[in-house]
Design a protein. Structure first.
Length: 444
């Protein structure tokens, strides 16, 4: 397993072909070898050609570039500039859509979804008329820019056909190379209650059946197709580390550490061309931390460690000692397998931060402590804030507003507080420092 070498190759390629200072915007859930970067007034879509990055893709980036070229007259579509194929890499350069600070939060909500749905319909028909089908309409591929107008992107499932075929595919999900996973506009219409109540009822029933099936699989210990496939692909490469990692992801998918009813690990990750599936790309979180936090020679503690990827990566980045704690015993076991697969020594233990037994003294003395999306789930928040106040450096992400998070960090004595980026959950991540080191106990 040559994970660090793969990450260096990505860094070198982006620096050479895009430029220093390129900002990572998004990572595909299907494969972290498909990424989008931003620099100056351009957006760069990059694909490293691996089995995982090609699986499920209808088009190469060259196909996508040619389709975008055909749509240059449509205002809502990014304008293509260049396409390059470099050995095992593909890259499209496009004009940057006016800032998209976040995806449109109103799309799909009953209060305003009718307007949004009609606007998407209008866009679909505008490209259908010139012989193009998008084939993948969903909230992740549409948004509103700062001017308030619609923007549509990600044409890797698009096709060229006659207008009728394109209309049938986009509106009904049939014809013109349609696949069972294509998202048609009328499937999306299930969110518009006042127009499609029966469609919505059917979707809710289908969702309930899926959750019931997954719950039965977890109860009976039956592996899902994705889990079985992952283990099989890892075994084919005859790499013990990948097999161990596949086992960790299997445990994580069955644990209660991910979203309820979803048999999927919390994070997704690509190694050796294999996608280890999850709810969110790990790379988006690690990317904002690795460029801002120096772990070299420091002792690091991760509260709420989940798969232990941050503690493991901190150790790979030169930390002298790393420990991760989590409330879920299964996820702690998975995290131990992850560190073993990466061949680093990290200590993991099960711990409930609301446990009446005194754990603070046992975990004191670390140089850096992380509390990422942890405080929300803790009942005795003052106790954890007090524990954080005794350390020199803290990496913090909360559920409160940015201003409240910063104020809470100041209240417990941190004097240097900087935002290091936005997490894959859309929340601000802070790096707080107290130059004087361990502080006396504070309380909010």
């Amino acid at each position: 397993m040559n994970y660090q070498q793969e990450q260096k190759e990505w860094d070198d390629f982006v620096a050479q072909e895009v430029g220093a200072g390129a900002q990572l915007l998004s990572v595909s859930l299907l494969s972290s070898d498909c990424r989008i970067y931003f620099l100056a007034d351009s957006v760069f879509k990059i694909r490293r050609l691996t089995p995982a990055s090609l699986r499920g893709r209808l088009n190469s980036l060259e196909d996508e570039f040619l389709i975008l070229t055909r749509l240059t007259s449509i205002p809502a579509v990014p304008k293509p500039r260049h396409y390059r194929r470099l050995e095992s890499w593909e890259i499209i350069e496009m004009t940057a859509i006016p800032s998209l600070p976040m995806y449109d939060p109103t799309f799909g909500q009953p209060r305003e979804s009718l307007k949004d749905f009609l606007e998407i319909m209008e866009f679909a028909w505008s490209i259908n008329k010139i012989g193009c089908s998008h084939g993948d309409f969903n909230f992740q591929n549409t948004g509103r820019n700062i001017e308030g107008s619609l923007s549509v992107f990600d044409f890797d499932q698009a096709t060229i056909a006659n207008p009728l075929q394109c209309w049938m595919r986009d509106f009904w999900g049939v014809g013109a190379q349609a696949r069972p996973t294509d998202i048609s506009l009328f499937r999306r219409a299930g969110n518009v209650r006042i127009i499609w109540p029966l469609v919505r009822a059917f979707r809710l029933l289908r969702r309930a059946m899926i959750l019931a099936t997954r719950g039965y699989q977890r109860w009976r210990g039956i592996p899902t197709f994705a889990q079985t496939s992952l283990k099989a692909r890892a075994a084919l490469l005859e790499d013990v580390s990948l097999t161990i990692l596949a086992e960790a992801w299997d445990i994580a998918a069955r644990s209660n550490a991910s979203s309820p009813g979803i048999p999927l690990a919390y994070y997704s990750l690509d190694i050796c061309g294999i996608n280890f599936p999850g709810e969110r790309p790990w790379l988006l979180r690690w990317n904002i931390i690795r460029h801002k936090i120096d772990f070299q020679g420091k002792k690091f503690l991760e509260l709420g460690c989940n798969l232990g990827l941050l503690a493991t990566h901190a150790k790979l980045s030169g930390a002298s000692a790393c420990v991760g704690v989590d409330i879920d015993s299964d996820i702690v076991r998975a995290a131990s397998l992850v560190s073993r697969a990466f061949d680093v020594e990290v200590g993991f233990r099960q711990l409930n931060l609301d446990d009446p037994l005194k754990w603070e003294d046992e975990l004191a003395g670390y140089d850096i402590v992380s509390a990422l999306s942890v405080m929300h789930w803790v009942k005795n928040k003052e106790r954890v804030w007090s524990f954080l106040s005794k350390h020199k450096e803290v990496i913090y992400e909360g559920h409160e507003s940015d201003a409240e998070a910063e104020e809470n960090l100041r209240k417990i004595g941190f004097t240097i507080i900087s935002s290091i980026g936005q997490s894959e959950r859309g929340r601000r991540v802070f790096h707080a420092i107290c130059p004087s080191g361990g502080l006396p106990q504070h309380a909010l």
